[in-house]
Design a protein around this ligand. Sequence first.
Ligand code: UDP
Ligand code: MG
Length: 332
Amino acid sequence: MNNLLTKTTLDLSVVIPVYNEVDSLRLLHQAVKTALKDIHQTWEVIYVDDGSHDGSAKLLEEMAQEDPAHIVVVELRRNFGQTTAIAAGIDHAIGDVIVFLDADLQNDPADIPMILEKLNEGYDVVSGWRKDREDNALTRNLPSHMANWLISNVTGVHLHDYGCTLKAYRREVITGFKLYGEMHRFIPVYANSVGAKILEVPVRHHARKFGKSKYGLERTIKVVLDLIAVQFLTRSANKPIYLFGGGGIVLIAASLLGVLFLTIRKFFMQIDILTSPIFIMAMLAAMTGFQAILMGLIAELLVRTYHESQQKPTYTVRKVIREQAKQGSEEK
Ligand code: UDP
Ligand code: MG
């Protein structure tokens, strides 16, 4: 289990990563409180202070004293980045449902009740989509469009807005997944791989009022690399030999075809085999192919260590129905 606390005792946990957002926090908490006033559910807000140096942590402590029934503060020792802050929040959350939110008031807490309603219609993930996004068109919205297109097509999980933090999850579909790098945006892909039902809904988005964004264009590269890793982890991590071995076999087959072609050509046209560039390429392909298969075998060993040392099952269960056993025990 991913969580420090395995028992859930609340209906809802709102997880908010905070890095130098001192001017927004009070307004934010007020907005969350107003939004959740009438939902008839028990809830908490987990503010994860990600090593802020503008006094956010101190303010959060004050706020926790003022509203102890709802506020949990997790202070990280230094700045670990948004993804890690979110992971810390999940670990401390005790709600059945977990909602993520940014601290800078760009997401609107007033959307939470609508998102919860959708979740109750039978979804496991409700993903916010900043339809009218209030960020710089060229440096933020355009790369984001391209990234969403790419992620949707590679993973087959079609969302307009992976980058929107405002998303709600049932706890079962996100535990067991460790977050690294910039990976929080890929949680829907993971949830999909364990069989979650996902819905996307448009949400409000506001321009940043206080402080400034922590990100620029460089994030796009990290996102692309994370995409490759997530794709591998969700698709092939159980059977790496299929990926590596498959590639290896294709390479070896190509190499054999090349050699066959060279032999036939030598036979009919007397053209030398060894001096041909095709020969060099065929040898390279064969060597790389063998290496790939060997890597696949090593990866198979790693997978076994991974699942068996942690006793992690290779499947996820929605529920088990065993009527017979129940009747049997009643008869006794
Ligand atoms: N954040 C964080 N740690 C970081 C960077 C950002 O916890 O190292 C938080 C930040 O306080 C905000 C959220 O992550 O609540 C999103 O950050 P930001 O608004 O800068 O991203 P943008 O909306 O510009 O994509
Ligand atoms: Mg923001």
